[in-house]
Design a protein around this ligand. Structure first.
Ligand SMILES: NC(=O)c1ccc[n+]([C@@H]2O[C@H](COP(=O)([O-])OP(=O)(O)OC[C@H]3O[C@@H](n4cnc5c(N)ncnc54)[C@H](OP(=O)(O)O)[C@@H]3O)[C@@H](O)[C@H]2O)c1
Length: 223
């Protein structure tokens, strides 16, 4: 990260995964904006996250204003709302890194892999936002519950995207949030991380926990 820290705007940041990423990045010293459908809900989320984790967030704004304010945008809403929100904020994402966390789950069968016809939810994001946006996919395999407690997160992060520099920035952001992250190839590969989430949900139901993934064999896992 450079000295001038980028503003991270989390669209849908009032939710389970977004709020977990928000406090961890804020704790690492990054300016974090929470986006929500209403500014009031965003501000309530900012107050709740600050009180719970003892961090200071930059601000709480409606999603459009948050997208405008952010240098790096993060999408953390359910798949069913992905396209609508992207169309709403598209103009404010141009030229930016856009981190997509979306898993294309289809309730109620969320423990069953659902493949979208576009190939991956992240590819839908790229299609909607256009080629001037650096879409990077990450964090699909991290259970929100595992972000709420302090310390390193017991799950690795697969980072996919077509621009290696943008990917590297997201790898560094994941590390700042307490996760070991790996370059996992072009955005086409996002389908694997997205699909793996349904497998993890199945494991969680069967074994009653918050399973994650670990990449082995590189010597990084003991860090
Ligand atoms: N939860 C996990 O453990 C986990 C793990 C890995 C990946 N993911 C993925 O991360 C994404 C977010 O998951 P989550 O569990 O954090 O979701 P969530 O808590 O159910 O929802 C996140 C936020 O989405 C917003 N939202 C709800 N309905 C909306 C709508 N109609 N239009 C726009 N925004 C709407 C809400 O924000 P406002 O009401 O403030 O607008 C809500 O706080 C999903 O794609 C999920 O598959 C989740």
């Amino acid at each position: 990260m450079t000295k001038q820290q980028p503003v991270i705007a989390i669209l849908g940041g009032s939710g389970a995964l977004g709020s977990g990423l928000a406090w961890r990045w804020a704790a690492a010293g990054l300016p974090v904006v929470i986006g929500s459908r209403t500014q009031q809900k965003a501000q309530t989320a900012v107050a709740d996250i600050s009180a719970q984790h003892g961090v200071t967030l930059h601000s709480g704004l409606d999603n459009k204003a948050a997208a405008q304010a952010g240098d790096i945008l993060v999408l953390t809403v359910p798949f069913s709302h992905q396209a609508d929100l992207l169309n709403e904020i598209k103009e404010f994402a141009q030229g930016k890194i856009f981190i997509d966390v979306t898993v294309p789950l289809v309730p109620p069968k969320v423990a069953r892999v659902h493949l979208v016809k576009e190939g991956a939810a992240a590819l839908i994001t790229q299609k909607i936002l256009g080629e001037n946006v650096n879409v990077v996919s990450a964090f699909q395999n991290v259970a929100a519950a595992n972000l709420q407690t302090k310390g390193p997160v017991d799950c690795d992060v697969l980072v996919t995207g077509d621009d290696p520099k943008a990917r590297q920035q997201v790898v560094e952001l994941a590390e700042l949030a307490g996760m070991q992250a790996y370059h996992a190839g072009p955005l086409d590969n996002a389908v694997v991380a997205e699909a793996l989430t349904s497998v993890l949900i199945h494991i969680n139901k069967r074994y009653k926990g918050h399973a994650g993934i670990r990449i082995s064999g590189l010597g990084l896992e003991t860090k």
